[in-house]
Design a protein around this ligand. Structure first.
Ligand SMILES: NC(=O)c1ccc[n+]([C@@H]2O[C@H](COP(=O)([O-])OP(=O)(O)OC[C@H]3O[C@@H](n4cnc5c(N)ncnc54)[C@H](O)[C@@H]3O)[C@@H](O)[C@H]2O)c1
Length: 458
């Protein structure tokens, strides 16, 4: 190729890339989804909202998950439930009845249309909004919440696409509002203990983590009109990748200081065949049933590998279809040893109770030495109030504590975006023979100087 030809070729390739029409290996490098948009406001790392004496709470979505949230929030000192919104009258009344039985002041109720939540957001007596709706509503509702001057607390995943993640980051930065994805697993006793162990250097330098959401949920396909399976099942016909990455990944990310000294760089992803949902439908539904007409495309097991800029690796798996025991893996490997969950076990070269060739599965001594200060303070009350072994209550308690005491939240919009974006990007990689995909830096460089999450003891 002459210089001239080469210049023309590169120019043409540049135009094609900008138009998003290139194919093959150039595609991921020129992917318009990977360009970092210009910041519209200022970073919300360490954002501290003005102290609130009482935190006034509104809820959007009080179905399976949201009802539990309403119940738990009604037991938290310093939180007042002001309003509830749901399109389904039955579940709205269920929450209202629960609060009435507890003798709590009756909240205002919003219903009647899919946008009725905006009437609730127009109120000026709400500080934070808890969003527990189907996935497609998370981003628009969180954006509307922040635009209305309130802090958004969103169920997992934070959002569904790269564009939505940026929209949430940009809105949080422009409005200076919190947008926290409520990753409850980060408040589990074991995850908190492992975070404490990591911070105390028990595993040496961290090298590798493993995270998962392996939870057989085929039975949700029988939820047709309402409840989780009525909308979640369809995602198995739409996206072949990791549909639900954050439960295992949130804790591993906190162990590794992701967005606080390290960050995700790129991923590669592979899916197994998608067989289990169709087989279940054939077994459990009439031949003409909608569940038998859908084509399930999400591979039963998806495996994604993430590389961080510091060179660490993370394996993330997703499988809600095959018959097997539950696991989030919760594995962290360092130069001095390893912790793994499901079941909990530990092996260390220095400081262990056994040779590192053998797992120590008796956690009692480890809990005694390394239980997280937050668990020591609130664990008993959290277990009493329930919700996945206490993690749900502890998360709410901690959110309200931070807001009332002028402390930054433990999870910010950058965490939620980084952990959730694994879903669309894993699908992109799967669709391209596992080609690596760059993971956007939603902090726009601030990860390098951001401080690691502290061990909180208050
Ligand atoms: N963190 C966890 O451990 C955990 C556990 C379960 C579910 N979740 C998450 O919680 C969210 C809700 O899941 P779920 O199981 O409660 O589902 P669900 O279907 O039981 O509840 C969703 C509710 O949202 C309501 N809704 C839908 N569109 C609405 C709208 N436009 N305005 C107001 N209300 C609307 C529905 O009527 C329903 O009551 C999902 O994001 C899910 O991933 C998280």
């Amino acid at each position: 190729m002459t210089n001239l030809n080469r210049r023309d070729f590169l120019k043409a390739a540049g135009v094609a890339a900008a138009a998003g029409v290139v194919s093959g290996c150039v595609q991921s490098k020129a992917d318009p989804l990977q360009t970092v948009p210009k910041r519209q406001g200022k970073s919300v790392i360490g954002l501290i909202a003005p102290k609130m004496d009482v935190v006034r709470v509104g809820f959007i979505g009080v179905g399976q998950r949201g009802y539990g949230h309403v119940k738990r929030m009604s037991h938290i000192d310093g939180a007042e439930i002001v309003a509830l919104c749901d399109t389904h009258d039955e579940v709205l009344q269920r929450s209202a009845n629960y609060l009435a039985e507890r003798g709590v002041k009756a909240p205002a109720l919003y219903q009647g249309s899919e946008l009725a939540y905006r009437e609730m957001l127009a109120r000026d007596d709400i500080d934070i909004v808890i969003i527990s709706t189907p996935w497609r509503w998370h981003a628009p509702m969180a954006v509307d919440t922040m635009e209305s001057g309130k802090h958004a607390f969103v169920e997992v995943p934070l959002a569904l696409t790269v564009e939505e993640m940026w929209q949430l980051v940009d809105t949080a930065e422009r409005t200076q509002k919190n947008c926290m994805m409520m990753e409850n697993v980060n408040y589990g006793r074991d995850e908190l203990m492992v975070l404490n162990m990591v911070r105390q250097g028990l595993f040496g330098e961290l090298l590798h983590g493993e995270a998962a959401y392996i939870h057989e949920l085929r039975w949700q396909m029988k939820e047709l009109e309402h409840k989780t399976g009525s909308w979640r099942t369809e995602w198995h016909t739409k996206r072949n990748g990791n549909l639900y990455p954050t439960h295992g990944l949130g804790p591993v990310s906190q162990y590794m200081n992701i967005n606080r000294g390290d960050r995700f760089d790129y991923l590669t992803s592979m899916s197994s065949p998608a067989l289990g949902r169709a087989a279940y439908a054939a077994r459990e539904f009439e031949p003409g049933h909608q569940r038998n007409q859908w084509q399930y495309v999400a591979g039963d097991m998806n495996t994604t590998l993430v590389k961080t800029v510091k060179g660490r690796s993370i394996m993330i798996q997703h499988d809600t279809t095959t018959p097997r025991p539950y696991s989030r893996h919760n594995l962290i490997q360092g130069t001095n040893g390893v912790f793994a969950g499901f079941p909990n076990r530990i092996a260390l070269e220095q400081g262990g109770t056994k040779s590192f060739h053998e797992w120590d599965e008796d956690m009692s001594a480890w809990y005694a030495k390394y239980d997280h200060p937050l668990w020591l303070k609130m664990g008993a009350e959290a277990e009493r109030n329930g919700g996945h072994g206490g993690m749900d209550f502890l998360m709410f308690w901690r959110m309200i504590y931070c807001l009332r005491n002028g402390e930054p939240l433990d999870q910010d919009v950058y965490d939620g975006a980084a952990w959730s974006v694994i879903s669309p990007l894993s699908a992109q990689s799967v669709a391209n023979r596992s080609e690596s995909v760059t993971i956007p830096d939603f902090t726009r460089g601030a990860w390098e100087s951001a401080k690691p999450l502290g061990i909180v003891g208050t």
